[in-house]
Ligand binder design. Structure first.
Ligand code: ADP
Ligand code: ZN
Ligand code: ZN
Length: 739
């Protein structure tokens, strides 16, 4: 505290409220050590509550009358939050037209949002106490937990306790009964390893890998966006590892973003085995304190390597040296609710601001990324050969028309499976629908099981037997007879993973069948357990959804069967074809990774479809080129930028009324502006009713981002100020991934 500090008259604060505005306060008497500055966390009175916010600026004047201005209660920091983080928050809020207060809340670890000190690196140690255990008679798990703690007189850390299958709620139950005490201890600082940063030597690179790495090295000290376009198994990860090694040698840090499904123990093991330095992983399993510690380790530079999913893009770094985005085309980098940001796009902005290289890696780059590479804005680096020299398997299109199917599979596919198993190899059957069958149908009258709350069919499940809506999670028992005509002739329509699993188990009773989908892997370790089993290499059958398509090494799989490639071919969404092509290529990439060459059978009702043919005959990049040309002609991204205003409410009429009014107001405003922004709609969303709420949308587009941005800014103001915004929720999706 210093009395010589100039104390500003006012503090303008971003607070975690959905309101698109900032709030003015008077500073409190106690001045933070650094003086009042943007980026400091403050606790303020807000109505009857107290909130924690961040100072945005120190203005001279406020619109709030002096008498109504309240004072900040306390400043929580003696230095502002990290500058790189703060810049990214403001950029994100501006780019996505999202309230700054809520952006900050989403970009800050929970513990900091709740007011914990920034430097704290604590962990909790739980120690059993003596006391009356009679309240535990009705809580057997708590009694077991207490018994375990009593065997450890010095107590146990939270992580050790949860690893035994106990929960935090059980710990807190014991705490409430005064049967345990909780001590907070500082985590020991991790020592920087002396000597080599490497724990194991890096691999000698192939010629292609070496060439690619040399090119990335040409711009290690500046903004240098690179697309690392390499077929599955071409050794992209080895390139990342050696690039990171060079970055660490310069005393800088690496931030690695991976898809949700990619942050597996295997990925982490690969990084941790290679480097001796701390590798911090930001995943959903962390406790709030562990997350704070990880944030702090990145912020202070204690952790030279940070790996995480989408939200890790907001991790502050003491000395950023490179950003790597693996599987950059993956849909999980886009958040699909509230703050609808795209981590890849933010990472590019961040790399640009921090003047560092960024590597986007993929076997099937997003069309946006490919367009940047083709125009020369990103460096286009290619790895065309697998590190083990086997060419990736080709797609063989097989005609489904008029053929009898068993569990979705036609006779030639079943025959190929049999041969592969007989040869002692493994088979992956890819089917992108979980459950037993996409729906239940009445053969007497044509009734289909529909969700009462959504415009969608209900999926038939057998394990357990019920109908489930995959959009709102509504469950209902199977009807005995048709609700329309009372016929008993109800039959499953189509196939999902459970049905294919059942069919294969009946056809190949000697061979184990493993099913991998969201249902079969609900238990925490289930996925890893199955993968470990598969890696042992015994002949076996895998049936799985896209969970299996990404990143996992399945070296013994030599045949991939795609049950149905048609979902994306004629979908209304303009990205559907891009996404299904990516998925097909990723799935195909599972086959023949080791010494066996692979086969990929793709079942389709449209074997003559020109896009599918192009993909099968000439590969992803040829199709991508074709699709880019179509996008250019149709005026779609990446040649035109889009923003979608989304409207939803419980009453259909309310949504339509508000969306129409918004469209009219926007069009009128556009007509007074010198702008080329166009406005389409409003139209009902592709699934208009979901969970009993009605959805409509309005599309804005322009070739210039700045013009689109201005129109969006005007629209969100209009929406916020309209009285209907109380009953209709409106939100803006800049660069929407799905329409
Ligand atoms: P990608 O990330 O492109 O799919 P990976 O980096 O996972 O590819 O590499 C695929 C396999 O090839 C891995 O088993 C990896 O250990 C091996 N590999 C990669 N680079 C080399 C190399 N230079 N020499 C030998 N093996 C390599
Ligand atoms: Zn019927
Ligand atoms: Zn539903």
């Amino acid at each position: 505290m210093s009395s010589t500090d100039h104390t500003p008259r006012l503090l303008r604060v971003a607070l975690p409220t959905p309101l698109r505005r900032l709030f003015d306060y008077r500073p409190c008497r106690e001045v933070p050590a650094c003086g009042w500055r943007p980026g400091l966390r403050v606790k303020v009175p807000f109505g009857r509550r107290q909130l924690i916010g961040v100072v945005v600026e120190c203005p001279e004047r406020s619109d709030v009358p002096d008498a109504q201005l309240k004072s900040v209660l306390a400043c929580l920091d003696d230095a502002p939050l990290p500058d790189d983080w703060w810049w990214l928050c403001r950029f994100t809020a501006r780019y996505y037209q999202h309230p700054l207060g809520d952006t900050i809340a989403q970009a800050l670890p929970v513990a900091l949002r709740q007011g914990r000190p920034l430097q704290a690196r604590h962990q909790e140690r739980w120690i059993a106490r003596d006391g009356d255990t009679s309240p535990l008679e009705r809580a057997p798990r708590q009694a077991e937990l207490l018994a375990m703690l009593r065997q450890h007189p010095r107590g146990l850390m939270t992580r050790a306790i949860t690893a035994q299958g106990f929960t935090r709620a059980q710990l807190e139950g014991l705490l409430a009964k005064h049967l345990v005490e909780c001590h907070e201890e500082r985590l020991t600082a991790t020592e920087e390893a002396s000597g080599s940063r490497l724990a194991e030597p890096s691999l000698p690179l192939t010629r292609e890998q070496a060439g690619v790495l040399a090119e990335i090295h040409e711009g290690l000290e500046r903004y240098h966006p690179c697309l690392l376009h390499g077929v599955t198994g071409s050794g992209k990860t080895e390139v990342y590892l050696q690039l990171i090694e060079a970055v660490l040698a310069r005393g800088r840090q690496a931030l690695v973003l991976v898809p949700e499904i990619g942050l597996t123990p295997q990925t982490l093991t690969r990084f941790r085995q290679r480097f001796r330095v701390p590798v911090v992983a930001l995943h959903s399993g962390l406790t709030d304190l562990e997350r704070l510690d990880a944030w702090d380790a990145a912020r202070t530079g204690r952790a030279p390597i940070v790996i995480g999913t989408r939200s890790a893009v907001f991790t502050p770094l003491a000395a950023a040296g490179v950003i790597v985005i693996d599987e950059e085309h993956d849909g999980s980098f886009k958040q699909q609710e509230s703050l609808r940001y795209h981590a890849r796009d933010l990472a590019i902005a961040r790399a640009h601001r921090e003047n560092i290289p960024i590597v986007l890696g993929s076997a099937t780059p997003a069309l946006e990324t490919l367009a940047q590479a083709r125009s020369g804005r990103y460096r286009h680096l290619r790895l065309t050969q697998r590190a083990n020299r086997h060419a990736p398997a080709r797609l063989e299109l097989t005609d489904l028309r008029g053929r009898h199917r068993q569990g979705g599979l036609i006779a030639p596919a079943i025959e190929a499976i049999r041969q592969t198993l007989n040869a002692g190899n493994q088979v992956l059957v890819f089917i992108n629908r979980r459950g037993f069958a996409p729906t239940l149908a009445c053969h007497a009258c044509g009734w289909l099981a529909e969700c009462p709350h959504c415009d969608a069919r209900m999926t038939l499940h057998r394990q357990p037997q019920e109908l489930v809506c995959h959009h709102c999670d509504f469950h209902r028992p199977l009807p005995d007879a048709c609700p329309e005509c009372d016929s008993g002739d109800l039959r499953p329509l189509g196939s999902g993973t459970e049905r294919t699993e059942e069919t294969l188990a009946a056809l190949f009773p000697e061979t184990p069948v493993h099913r991998i989908d969201r249902d079969s892997t609900r238990r925490k370790q289930a996925f890893e357990d199955i993968l470990r089993e598969i890696r042992r290499g015994e002949p076996s059958l895998l049936v799985g959804t896209q969970m299996l398509a990404k990143g996992h090494h399945l070296p013994h799989v030599t045949l991939v069967v795609v049950v149905n490639a048609d979902a994306g071919l004629y979908a209304s969404d303009f990205r559907a074809l891009e996404h299904s092509a990516q998925l097909l290529v990723q799935v195909a990439g599972r086959a023949g990774r080791a010494e066996h060459p692979g086969r990929v059978l793709v079942q389709t009702l449209h074997p003559e479809d020109p896009n599918l043919r192009l993909l099968a005959d000439s590969g992803y990049e040829a199709l991508a080129g074709q699709l880019l040309e179509e996008r250019r002609l149709a005026g779609l991204p990446p040649y035109r930028h889009l923003a979608l205003a989304r409207f939803e409410a419980a009453r259909e009429g309310h949504v339509a009324e508000f969306a129409t009014a918004a469209a009219e107001a926007l069009r009128e405003w556009l007509s007074t502006q010198d702008t080329s922004v166009t406005c389409l709609g409003p139209v009902p969303a592709p699934m208009e009713r979901r969970q009993n709420r009605y959805h409509m949308q309005l599309m804005l587009s322009d070739t210039r981002r700045s013009a689109l941005h201005r129109a969006c800014a005007w629209l969100v103001q209009w929406l916020d100020n309209h009285p209907d915004s109380r009953r209709v929720r409106a939100s803006l999706d800049v660069d929407p991934q799905t329409l």
